[in-house]
Design a protein around this ligand. Structure first.
Ligand code: SAH
Length: 235
């Protein structure tokens, strides 16, 4: 196994490169890919930058140029459900490109020519990742819930309750919104690479989302990502 680890922002991956043994940095296409050994796992860590195209480009490069066999995306997301609170963690069972709409040629949300609306994550990898998250969260002082379900990705920072409600109308079981996961999902589906997505909730995708997001990524996001990935790699 060679594991690709993607995050959008530096705060979401803070500490990971320092934990790598024999780290070698390769810069390609405006991104730094760091290869090395993470707690005995052969890994490549990279920041994708923000949005679906940026994430797709990064995932494809990880596979084609760096030969990764599995991919994990770790980052933050806005809540899209009352039961999902800031600080909670969501492991994706499937991902939807919530801004994809080629109707009437294809049903709304369907990725044209794949026949898929919900891009499924790898069951085994997601199970291991959820296990790693649970072990980490059990040691947290705050009560934090771990959710499994559908995450939506689109090229928009959602900070508007009305817009979120409209999205929820079309996708009632949506748990969280972010900007990269479903793009990585499509690339991994097309290249047949097992992948998983884990997101810590940074905001409620409403009018205070920008402030909450900024505060959360600076204080909590990296500690979570680091702890969960360490548990994952240590098995
Ligand atoms: N201005 C920010 C931009 C971050 S965009 C900056 O200074 O960098 C938000 C990032 O966090 C994206 O990578 C996205 O995946 C995730 N995210 C968190 N909350 C989100 C929300 N409410 N809507 C969409 N994406 C969100």
């Amino acid at each position: 196994m060679r594991l690709g680890i993607i995050s959008a922002l530096a705060e979401e991956q803070h500490g990971l490169i320092d934990a790598m043994q024999d780290a070698i940095k390769v810069t390609h296409g405006m991104r730094d890919y760091t290869t090395g050994t993470l707690w005995n796992i052969d890994a490549v860590a990279v920041l994708s930058r923000i949005g679906k195209v940026a994430a797709a480009m990064t995932a494809a490069t990880l596979v084609e140029k760096f030969g990764v066999t599995h991919i994990i995306f770790t980052g933050v997301a806005g809540s899209a459900d009352f039961a999902v609170r800031v600080g909670d963690v969501v492991v994706a069972e499937s991902l939807v490109q919530h801004d994809m709409d080629a109707s009437p040629l294809f049903p709304r949300f369907e990725v044209p020519l794949t026949g898929l609306t919900r891009l499924p994550t790898d069951l085994e990898l997601s199970r291991q990742l959820a296990g790693a998250a649970r072990r980490f969260l059990d040691n947290e002082e705050n009560v934090v819930q771990l959710h499994r379900g559908m995450i939506g990705s689109g090229d928009q920072f959602i900070n508007d309750g009305v817009r979120l409600a409209a999205l929820k109308d079309g996708l009632p079981d949506l748990l969280a919104v972010e900007m990269e996961g479903a793009a990585v999902a499509q690339v991994c589906f097309e290249l047949n690479i097992p992948f998983a997505v884990i997101r810590t909730i940074s905001d409620n995708a409403n009018e205070s989302a920008a402030t909450d997001f900024m505060h959360f990524v600076q204080t909590v996001a990296s500690r979570y990502a680091f702890g969960i990935l360490r548990n994952f790699c240590q098995g």
